[in-house]
Design a binder for this molecule. Structure first.
Ligand SMILES: Cc1cc2nc3c(=O)[nH]c(=O)nc-3n(C[C@H](O)[C@H](O)[C@H](O)COP(=O)(O)OP(=O)(O)OC[C@H]3O[C@@H](n4cnc5c(N)ncnc54)[C@H](O)[C@@H]3O)c2cc1C
Length: 391
C-alpha cells in the first residue's frame, strides 16, 4: 500500500537530482500544472552499465532499393507469391504486406498454402492466409526466437529503410501507405493482451546541447512518414532551459512497442490454434518447391531470399543491439546522441546507430562487435551521470 508514496518520492528525488526544477512547467507550476508534456521530470533511469549487457545481437535488414517484392512467379506448376525485402520496417508493415500477398495468392476456402519463412512476415502472412480460409504449412529453416526478426528493436517504424528516394514511385508510395495503415489498425486491436505483446510507451527524444548537424543520408532512403501523420500521435517538443543538463529540448511522444518475445509467441499460438503446421527445413533452390504438396506458396524468406532466389537486389543493412537486463519499473524509449533505447519487458535495447544513415549498409557481418555495444551503453551512462546518477 505504501508503494505509490515511495514511487512519488523517488521521482521527486530524481527531479531534484536532475536539476529540472528550472524547467518550464516547474517554475510556473501553478499555471502549468495540467500540461503533462511540459513535465519531463519523470525520465526513468536506465542502469546503463557494461556489466548489465546480457547479450549482443546482430540482424541484417533485407533492404531493396525499389521496396519489398510483392510479385507472383511460376515455379513449374507451383505459384509463388513473393513477400520479402521489408528493410527496417518488417514488424511494422507485416499485417499490411501479408494482406496484399494473400490477395495475390487468390485463396479459395480449404486450399493448401505453403508459407516459406517463420519471421515477422511469414508468421503474419500465415495467419492472414488462415483467416482467408487456407490450410497453411510453414516451411522454415528457423523459427522464433532464432529468426532475424527476433533481433529487432521492436517499435513502430514503418518507413525505416524501406525504399530509396530515387526508386520511389507514386504506386509504391500508395501501396506503402495502404500497408502502414492496415498494420497500424491491426496493432490497435492487439493491445491489452496477456503479457502485453503490443503496447504504447513514451518516447523521449533528447536533443543534445552539443548536437552536430545531422549529416546528409548517403544512401538516400525515402522518408514516407508524412503520409500517415494523421494516425500517428505526434507528441510535443519541450524546451529545457536548465543549462546544467546536456540536452536543450525533449520531444515527448507516444511510441508503439512490440515486445517481440511475447508477440512472436502469441503469433505462433494463433497459427497453431488455427490448425497450422510447421516443417523445419532448408530450401536450397526454388525448384525444391515442386516436391512439396502445396500448389501455392508465399515466399517470406527475408534476407534469405537473396541466396534462395539469387536476388541480388536485396542489400543487407547490418544493425546491432546491446541488450541490458530488463527493468520493468522503467518501460519507455529514448534517443540521445544517436543511441536509440527501448526499454521493453523482454530486455532493454541499446542501439548505437552509427555516424550516419549509411551505417551498416551492404555489410553482411553478423558477428557482434563488443566495442560498438559498449559505446552505446557508455553514451547513455554518461547522460545519467551528468544528471547526477550513479547507475
Ligand atoms: C537492429 C535492427 C532493428 C530493427 N528494428 C525494427 C523495428 O523496431 N521495427 C520494425 O518494424 N522492424 C525492425 N527491423 C527490421 C525487421 O527486423 C526486418 O524487417 C524483419 O526481420 C524482416 O522479417 P522477415 O520475416 O522478412 O525475415 P526473417 O525474420 O529473417 O525471417 C525469414 C524466415 O525465412 C526462413 N528462411 C530464409 N531462407 C530460407 C531457406 N533457404 N529455406 C528455408 N527457410 C528459410 C528463416 O529461417 C526465417 O524463418 C530491425 C532490423 C534490425 C537489423
Amino acid at each position: 500500500m505504501t508503494r505509490p508514496f515511495h514511487r512519488r518520492k523517488a521521482l521527486m528525488t530524481a527531479a531534484s537530482l536532475a536539476g529540472l526544477s528550472a524547467l518550464p512547467g516547474c517554475a510556473g507550476a501553478r499555471s502549468r500544472r495540467h500540461d503533462l508534456d511540459a513535465d519531463v521530470r519523470h525520465l526513468p533511469v536506465i542502469r546503463a552499465r557494461n556489466d548489465r549487457i546480457d547479450r549482443i545481437t546482430v540482424c541484417l535488414r533485407p533492404f531493396r532499393a525499389a521496396g519489398p517484392r510483392l510479385e507472383v512467379e511460376q515455379v513449374g506448376r507451383k505459384s509463388v507469391v513473393h513477400n520479402y525485402g521489408h528493410g527496417g520496417s518488417g514488424w511494422s508493415l507485416s499485417w499490411g504486406t501479408a494482406k496484399l500477398a494473400v490477395e495475390r495468392a487468390a485463396i479459395s476456402p480449404g486450399q493448401k498454402i505453403g508459407v516459406i519463412g517463420c519471421g515477422a512476415i511469414g508468421l503474419t502472412t500465415a495467419i492472414v492466409a488462415q483467416q482467408a480460409g487456407a490450410q497453411v504449412t510453414i516451411y522454415a529453416q528457423e523459427t522464433p526466437p532464432f529468426v532475424r526478426s527476433a533481433r529487432a528493436s521492436g517499435s513502430w517504424t514503418p518507413s525505416s529503410r524501406i525504399v530509396k528516394t530515387s526508386n520511389l514511385t507514386p504506386e509504391f508510395a500508395a501501396r506503402w501507405e495502404q500497408m502502414a495503415r492496415y498494420s497500424f489498425s491491426c496493432y490497435q486491436n492487439l493491445q491489452g493482451l496477456p503479457g502485453n505483446p503490443i503496447e504504447w510507451d513514451t518516447f523521449y527524444g533528447l536533443k543534445s546541447r552539443d548536437a552536430r548537424p545531422t549529416p546528409p543520408d548517403p544512401i538516400g532512403f525515402a522518408e514516407l512518414g508524412d503520409r500517415i501523420r494523421d494516425i500517428e500521435p505526434q507528441g510535443n517538443r519541450v524546451p529545457v532551459h536548465d543549462a546544467r543538463l546536456p540536452y536543450c529540448e525533449v520531444l515527448k511522444q507516444p511510441n508503439l512497442i512490440f515486445n517481440v518475445t511475447t508477440y512472436a509467441d502469441y503469433l505462433m499460438r494463433q497459427f497453431f490454434e488455427r490448425g497450422g503446421k510447421i516443417r523445419t527445413m532448408t530450401l536450397h533452390h526454388p525448384s525444391e518447391l515442386t516436391a512439396l504438396p502445396d500448389p501455392v506458396f508465399i515466399n517470406c524468406t527475408g534476407y534469405g531470399a537473396r541466396a534462395l532466389w539469387n536476388d541480388e537486389s536485396i542489400i543487407p543493412v547490418r544493425g546491432q543491439i546491446a541488450w541490458l537486463i530488463p527493468q520493468p519499473e522503467a518501460l519507455f524509449s529514448m534517443e540521445y546522441e544517436n543511441v536509440y533505447v527501448v526499454s521493453r519487458r523482454d530486455g532493454i535495447v541499446v542501439q548505437w546507430q552509427g555516424e550516419d544513415m549509411g551505417h551498416g549498409y551492404n555489410r553482411t557481418d553478423e558477428t557482434p562487435n563488443v566495442d560498438e555495444a559498449r559505446r552505446g551503453v557508455s553514451i547513455i551512462n554518461g547522460l545519467y551521470k551528468s544528471m547526477g546518477y550513479n547507475v
